[in-house]
Design a protein around this ligand. Structure first.
Ligand SMILES: Cc1cc2nc3c(=O)[nH]c(=O)nc-3n(C[C@H](O)[C@H](O)[C@H](O)COP(=O)(O)O)c2cc1C
Length: 213
């Protein structure tokens, strides 16, 4: 059982990365072999609409034909038994790097059939972890639920199963006194980091256990 984690945050040790690490530890606690990748270390672009992955009898049918810094990761993911994606929310959606990665990951496997089908060789479990500065209420007001539902839908369609974990109201800055951000109360954020973030990390660990099946 191999579980692969993909970190879509530019920060390798802050909220998103920590949640993902906990999820991978959960998977490892069930005997899974785990590996993680930082998208910001890789040099790649999103889908370029070449349609090689859709070309009848083409040598790249069902696979991304673009060869760049993402290719090795996409090849590894084809052999995964579980996939964990993690991203901060930037302007209401995942980071640009995560979005571009998702285009390259999902589009080759999705068939333009009615209903849509999947060319991914197996049914596996996937999880998506989101870290966001907004409170749960703020996120709901801005329609974030819809965003989650769409990503769940595409992941389910391609891989078979998908679940979601949101870590709301994250502590964005290590030291709020050094930045101009009067919107946030530093004490509230520190309390949240001390009291709620560890609970989110535990939920991530449990998600990892489920992904490892
Ligand atoms: C460019 C940028 C845009 C952001 N936009 C949002 C947003 O739309 N909604 C939100 O809740 N948080 C937003 N945030 C806050 C981050 O989602 C939050 O700080 C998250 O914890 C960052 O993940 P990290 O700690 O792993 O870096 C934004 C942060 C940045 C840097």
């Amino acid at each position: 059982m191999k579980v692969i984690g993909v970190n879509g945050s530019p920060r390798k040790k802050w909220n998103t990365a920590t949640l993902l690490e906990n999820a991978l530890e959960g998977a490892a606690s069930r005997g899974a072999e785990t590996e993680s990748f930082h998208l910001y270390d890789l040099d790649y672009k999103g889908c370029v609409s070449c349609f090689a992955c859709k070309t009848r009898d083409g040598k790249s049918y069902g696979r991304c034909a673009v060869q760049d810094g993402l290719s090795a990761l996409l090849n590894k993911l084809e052999t995964a038994d579980g996939i964990l994606l993690a991203s901060p929310i930037y302007y209401g959606t995942v980071t640009g790097e995560m979005r571009s990665f998702m285009e390259r990951l999902l589009f080759p496997y999705m068939t333009y059939t009615d209903p849509p089908g999947s060319l991914f060789p197996r049914k596996i479990r996937t999880g998506f972890i989101y870290a966001l500065g907004a409170t749960e209420e703020m996120a709901k007001d801005r329609g974030f639920d819809r965003h989650i539902a769409l990503n769940e839908l595409f992941l389910q369609l391609v891989f078979g199963a998908s679940e979601t974990l949101c870590s709301f109201d994250t502590c964005q800055f290590e030291d709020y006194s050094k930045v101009f951000a009067p919107r946030w109360d530093p004490e509230k954020k520190a309390r949240r980091r001390a009291e709620v973030f560890p609970v989110d990390c535990r939920s991530a660990f449990e998600m990892g256990i489920r992904i490892a099946g």
